[in-house]
Write a protein that binds this ligand. Structure first.
Ligand code: AMP
Ligand code: MG
Length: 416
């Protein structure tokens, strides 16, 4: 049962009815754990993967003190305030250390990145020097150690430089490489199954004259999951039929670690997904106080977590960003990601009801103020495409006037 979760991992404490967003997130955070195995990959394949073990420095970095500029190395103590030193024979360059011990009172030509020769502790910038007759003259830098990069200033041998749970970014690969790492222990990719449900759904390429709705959720959810480092398992679209939905869930449980479904999540006659999970799997329907959203059902099918997202593309998108994304991260072995948020002035006015959190499709105007899409209609996919982030309005009721501070969550902070 590798990667399958305990029955009550989504259960809310007894007595809790509608669920504030914060409570739902906290419950997810507590209930979930990584379900993916561990593999070893080379640095060139590690971008976007989740570290399973910390990366330890395999030596001091830099391994020896070196010059931060092109100039002349010398022993600070032995030079006067107006230094006038004879030049030693040769030079030190990156990859070509000077072999000797620099006598006190002499200077050596040195280039950026070259190891400081024994005996030298300071480098003077070449622009500050005058050369004549085999000697170099310069005003001595105020402190010893100027223009020197000390040994181990970036990392100490054995020190953890990257923690387990980090999703590796390009700069993290530089960090790992700089301390001598070669192969990294990472989590296997989380396999995310994506299923659409609804008799009205049309596959891409269907004659537009056909009645029905084009399936907008599946490509969107698949691209979100793939962008977060998952391996996407396309489970297709199932009609509003218990047998078809059951077969799709069975297939998903066999081929994926977690399922994202859309549609059929409420308690209506044709909401088979919700009913099946309730009867044959394990369902917790959280009436989350969020708009757009409606009930977000979560459950287990054969031990695999299932997120039943609303069918409306806008609600499916917002619920995926707010709830599924951090959940997928934890299942994938990564740290719980908090969305990036800025406080910016509103470019809109709105009267907001109390008792639920709201997410508005938004973007920043030229002045850096958040404007919101003209319609809050949950089916308006155009607004999703128009927007570059969400404005998050807190659970309390409020009247927002232009210029009031609001919380703006750029999509870039969600990695999209
Ligand atoms: P449901 O949650 O199944 O009641 O669906 C709510 C609304 O979302 C309905 O108008 C559906 O037609 C629409 N819908 C459901 N699934 C999709 C989908 N995959 N793509 C676009 N619209 C959808
Ligand atoms: Mg439906």
């Amino acid at each position: 049962m590798n990667g399958r979760l305990a029955d009550d991992c989504f259960a809310l404490p007894p007595g809790v009815d509608w669920t504030p967003v914060e409570v739902a997130l906290a419950r997810l955070r507590e209930g979930l754990r990584p379900v993916t195995g561990i593999e070893t990959v080379g640095l060139s394949e590690a971008a976007g993967r989740v570290l399973a073990e910390p990366v330890l420095a395999r030596r001091d970095s830099p391994p020896a003190a070196n010059a931060a500029v092109d100039g002349y190395a010398f022993a600070w103590e032995a030079a006067g305030a107006e230094a006038d030193l004879p030049l030693a024979e040769g030079r030190a360059a990156a990859g070509h250390p000077w072999p000797g011990h620099l006598p006190a009172g002499e200077a050596l030509r040195i280039l950026t990145g070259a190891e400081l020769p024994a005996g030298a502790d300071t480098v003077v910038l070449e622009e500050d020097c005058r050369l004549a007759d085999g000697r170099v003259r310069f005003p001595r830098p105020r402190k010893p150690g100027a223009n020197r990069r000390p040994q181990g200033e970036d990392a100490r041998h054995g020190e953890p430089v990257l923690a387990a749970g980090r999703r590796l970014r390009p700069q993290d690969l530089a960090r790992a490489a700089s301390v001598g790492a070669d192969r990294l222990a990472v989590r296997q990719r989380l396999r995310v199954g994506i299923l659409s449900t609804g008799d009205e759904l049309l596959a891409p390429g269907t004659d537009p004259a056909q009645p029905g709705i084009f399936d907008a959720n599946r490509p969107m959810l698949a691209a979100l999951a793939a962008g977060w480092g998952a391996e996407v398992v396309d489970l297709g679209a199932a009609g509003d039929d218990a047998g078809a939905v059951r077969a799709a869930l069975d297939g998903g449980a066999a081929s994926a670690d977690v399922l994202l479904t859309s549609g059929g999540a409420s308690a209506g006659d044709e909401d088979h997904l919700s009913r099946l999970l309730g009867r044959e799997g394990r369902r917790e329907t959280w009436r989350i106080a969020v708009k757009p959203g409606r009930p977000l059902a979560m459950g287990l099918w054969q031990g695999r977590p299932v997120f039943c997202l609303p069918g409306n593309p806008v609600a499916a998108f917002v619920c995926t960003l707010i709830f599924a994304r951090p959940a997928l991260a934890v299942l994938a072995g990564a740290d719980w990601p908090e969305p990036l948020a800025f406080t910016v002035p509103a470019a809109f006015a709105k009267r907001k009801k109390r008792g639920r959190r709201e997410y508005l499709r938004a973007r920043l105007d030229a002045a850096g103020h958040a404007e919101v899409f003209a319609s809050e209609g949950s089916g308006r996919v155009g607004g999703l495409s128009w927007s570059e982030g969400l404005v998050e309005l807190p659970d309390a009721g409020m009247d927002i006037a232009p210029g009031d501070p609001v919380r703006y969550l750029p999509y870039a902070g969600f990695g999209i």
